[in-house]
Design a protein around this ligand. Structure first.
Ligand code: PMP
Length: 589
């Protein structure tokens, strides 16, 4: 049946103008919303006339605009002992006044955030109209104006020089350096400004301001990421690689630019980055492609006792299929792997060492540089699970020396459903495709298929294009704050929380390694972890309670579940105080 072409409003299945009027009335009735003016049918440009002329979105306040130099003097060799402490108390009104600069400025020098056209790159008010919400916690006058690589002033403080060593404060059991929470203006960024970049942090839960302490499960998204997704669907949406039209080119550019951003973020090259759904799919991909080719009967795969199920189950499945064996690096009572035991496990049959850089259940930072170096000396392939590290520590895959590195976008302020596998080029080239279909082929006949090179041959079918662009925006955002600054701030946040929780009667902290990131796992005598979780939820505080998909390590400590607050750079001491108050109240009851 021929489909009639509507020639007038009455021919359409509904009245567009009436619908718009209705929508406007609906939104006007919602509290706190400003209705958009309703366009009359006549004022809506027809597609033939070039479509709607959308105003360019400015970047949201707080998104730092353009690459910032990494601090040259802040040393972060892991976060073990010896790292001077920060003041996590929000900076006072004087600092805010010193920082505030009215007006938004166009940034001629700034690189557009991942895949975002220059028209969208507009600075929000901040230092020199450049930094937006990422603002130093010290009066501007104190900031050294060092020239940076791109010729603009250097905005991050020389923290080591500006901050005197705080007096020592014992943190029994953790071995972390002392805190100084008395002196204002000592954070490497303005956490309140950062928080304004994350719309969801303004939510209320059970009538209370939301406290998001479930960052190890997933992180919240800054406006820059949300806007990037909207921009993709409004201006770029197309399939990639396969068409000679404008939107295909825009979408392909966005997708491939995101690949380059991921590569830069972990110091790899773009051809070494394979997009996957996340860490779980990444490890499964490696097991089912590289593993299928390289693991045989009697071979051994080494993992640690700390692993998430995602880094256990695929290897178990492979071992069963191949007649191979899984070997487990034990941990000590603090939750750190025992390196000497690890060395003893390795032998001529060991084909792979696959290990988390940060434990999601305990927060242990594993010395992956040493783990990888030991394996490499024996010619063993290595995989590092970076699900819990990329948002907390600067990762450099060259420096680690691993063959594979995997992470999930949603744990590093990006969208769900997108993640990346890094594979050293020579290793990827020695890895067969795992899924077949479109995009991964160079030529297909019924007799045979010629595959693409790396990485395309590992990306069969239509990928998660928009979310890849969103991931790029997230990594740009994180990089502008600077992982050394993030690591430093979070380190002291964790120390603050640990010092406050530990003395509470009935609290047992699970995981007390000297080097930890983000995670504070604990049990409270007399309460099941989910009872604590529910009590916290009543106060608007979100934590994970359960086995955290890491049952073997919890059982190593004799528990089936813990309460697990996990922190990110947008969390504050005040939020921790709210959590501690609930735990104290429960402990007293
Ligand atoms: N490894 C670790 C250490 C994790 O924490 C997680 C997620 N909790 C994963 C792997 C799996 O990540 P995803 O669910 O994003 O695939």
């Amino acid at each position: 049946m021929p489909i009639p072409t509507p020639t007038a409003e009455r021919d359409t299945p509904f009245d567009v103008a009436a619908l718009a009027q209705l929508a406007s009335q609906f939104f006007a009735a919602l509290p706190g919303t400003t209705p958009l003016p309703v366009a009359s049918a006549a004022s809506v440009p027809s597609p033939a006339a070039g479509g709607l002329n959308l105003p360019a979105n400015p970047l949201p306040p707080g998104v730092p605009n353009g690459p910032l130099p990494q601090p040259s003097t802040t040393q972060f060799a892991g976060l073990g002992a010896g790292v001077p402490a920060l003041n996590l108390v929000p900076s006072g009104p004087d600092q805010a006044a010193a920082r505030a600069k009215p007006g938004a400025a166009q940034l001629p020098h700034a690189a557009a955030p991942n895949g975002l056209p220059d028209s969208l790159v507009t600075a929000a008010p901040g230092i020199d109209g450049r930094l937006g919400g990422v603002v130093l916690g010290v009066p501007q006058a104190q900031a050294p104006a060092q020239p940076a690589a791109h010729g603009s002033p250097f905005y991050f403080l020389d923290l080591a020089a500006a901050r005197p060593e705080p007096p020592a404060l014992e943190l029994p059991g953790l071995g972390l350096p002392p805190l100084d929470l008395r002196s204002p203006a000592r954070t490497p960024f303005d956490v309140q400004a950062i928080r304004r970049d994350f719309p969801i942090l303004a939510e209320r839960v059970n009538g209370k301001p939301l406290v998001w302490f479930d960052n190890a499960a997933t992180t919240q998204k800054p406006r820059a990421v949300i806007d990037r997704l909207v921009h993709f669907y409004e201006h770029e949406n197309s399939n990639v690689h396969r068409a000679a039209h404008e939107l295909a080119a825009r979408a392909t550019d966005a997708y491939e630019k995101a690949r380059s951003t991921v590569a830069r973020f972990i110091n790899a090259s773009a051809e070494e980055i394979v997009f996957v759904r996340g860490c779980t799919e990444g490890i499964n991909f490696i097991a089912k492609s590289w593993g299928d080719k390289h693991i045989g009967a009697g071979d051994e795969i080494v993992v640690s006792h700390l692993e998430h199920h995602a880094n256990i189950v695929p290897w178990q499945q492979l071992a069963v299929a191949k007649g191979a064996h899984l070997r487990v690096i034990p941990v000590d009572d603090s939750g750190q792997i025992i390196l000497s035991e690890y060395q003893r496990l390795l032998g001529p049959k060991t084909k792979l060492v696959s290990i988390s850089q940060v434990s999601n259940a305990l927060g242990t930072v594993v010395p992956v540089h040493e783990v990888v170096a030991i394996a490499r000396r024996q010619g063993i392939t290595t995989l590092v699970d970076g699900a819990q590290s990329v948002s907390h520590l600067a990762v450099d895959v060259q420096d680690i020396g691993c063959d594979f590195f995997v992470f999930s976008g949603h744990k590093v302020f990006g969208p769900t459903g997108i993640g990346a596998v890094y594979g050293r080029k020579a290793v990827l080239e020695d890895t067969p495709p795992w899924q077949g279909g479109g995009n991964m082929i160079a030529d297909v006949s019924f007799e045979r298929t010629v595959f693409q090179g790396v990485p395309a041959r590992f990306e069969a079918g239509t990928g998660n294009i928009a979310d890849a662009a969103g991931l790029g925006a997230a990594l740009d955002y994180v990089q502008r704050i600077g992982l050394p600054h993030i690591a430093r701030y979070e380190h002291d946040l964790l120390a603050y929380a640990t010092a406050a929780i530990k003395p509470i009667r009935g609290v047992r902290i699970i995981g007390t390694a000297a080097d930890k990131a983000s995670v504070l796992s604990f049990t409270l005598q007399g309460y099941a972890p989910d009872e604590v979780g529910r009590a916290l939820n009543e106060e608007g505080i979100a934590v994970r309670s359960g086995h955290h998909c890491a049952q073997p390590i919890l059982r190593r400590f004799g528990v089936e579940a813990t309460v697990r607050p996990s922190f990110a750079f947008y969390n504050t001491c005040e939020e921790i105080d709210r959590l501690v108050a609930v735990v104290r109240r429960l402990a007293r009851a």
